[in-house]
Ligand binder design. Structure first.
Ligand SMILES: Cc1ncc(COP(=O)(O)O)c(C=O)c1O
Length: 231
């Protein structure tokens, strides 16, 4: 997992993980769903074998597409596997043929989504990757500083903090669901609650792609200041 959306943690050294995998003849599959388009993803430099992302997060295209990349090492493993793939949906050997020079049928592609993703990628290129990554980092830091000023600490230490998803820790006794409901009803801002063991303990605040903007951070911090005063 490159960018962990449940906890707000970012794996800082994928190359080291890849090195351990390859020493043991294993492949490394990397989930880049919450990082692609918001922070550097260097699959070749890091030695990642399969990486997949999503259209709807830091790329800010509609949901429904998952960009994927497969290394020569992973391709070779696919070609030489002895047992057939048991699922149709994620049969990369079939998808390989579908995307080949001589395509064979696998599914009907959503042309409208492909056009939408192209437009989103055009906007990424127009902004420039380093400017885009810097924007995500700048707005995240603005949010972290503001949350701390409101007395909320952050779950993840700065060295492992993800700019696209932040997880402030809720003070004991705070009405988690009520406060998030007021944020939505009174300020039209939706933030998510924690998952599993973190339910009721943290919030999950996304600043991804188009939504990573100073005005969003400032509006949220203003609304939280107002609501925390009355709760
Ligand atoms: C890190 C991560 N991986 C995978 C997924 C699943 O993506 P999707 O909802 O597009 O299936 C999510 C969704 O939030 C995610 O945050």
């Amino acid at each position: 997992m490159h960018a962990e959306t449940s906890t707000g943690a970012c794996q800082p050294d994928i190359a080291a993980v890849a090195e351990v995998c390859h020493r043991r003849d294993a492949l490394l599959i990397l989930d880049c769903v919450t990082s692609l388009g918001g922070l550097p993803v260097q699959v070749d430099a890091w030695g990642v074998d399969v990486a997949y992302g999503a259209s709807q997060k830091c790329l800010s295209a509609p949901p429904g597409l998952a960009p994927i990349t497969v290394s020569p090492r992973a391709e070779e493993r696919l070609r030489t596997r002895r047992s057939p793939v048991t699922s149709f949906y994620l049969d990369l050997s079939l998808l390989d043929k579908y995307w080949s020079e001589k395509p064979t049928y696998h599914h009907t592609a959503s042309i409208s989504l492909a056009y939408a993703l192209r437009e989103a990628l055009r906007l990424v290129e127009e902004e420039g990757l380093s400017a885009r990554f810097a924007r995500h980092q700048r707005n995240a830091e603005r949010l972290w500083g503001g949350l701390e000023a409101l007395g909320l600490s952050l779950l993840v230490p700065p060295t492992h903090r993800l700019p696209s998803l932040s997880t402030p820790v809720l003070p004991a006794g705070l009405d988690d669901a009520g406060l998030r409901r007021s944020l939505l009803q009174d300020f039209n801002i939706e933030i998510a609650g924690g998952f599993g063991p973190l339910a009721g303990k943290v919030w999950r605040i996304g600043l991804m792609g188009y939504s990573s903007r100073a005005e969003n951070v400032i509006t949220l911090l203003g609304a939280l200041a107002e609501l925390l005063k009355t709760k």
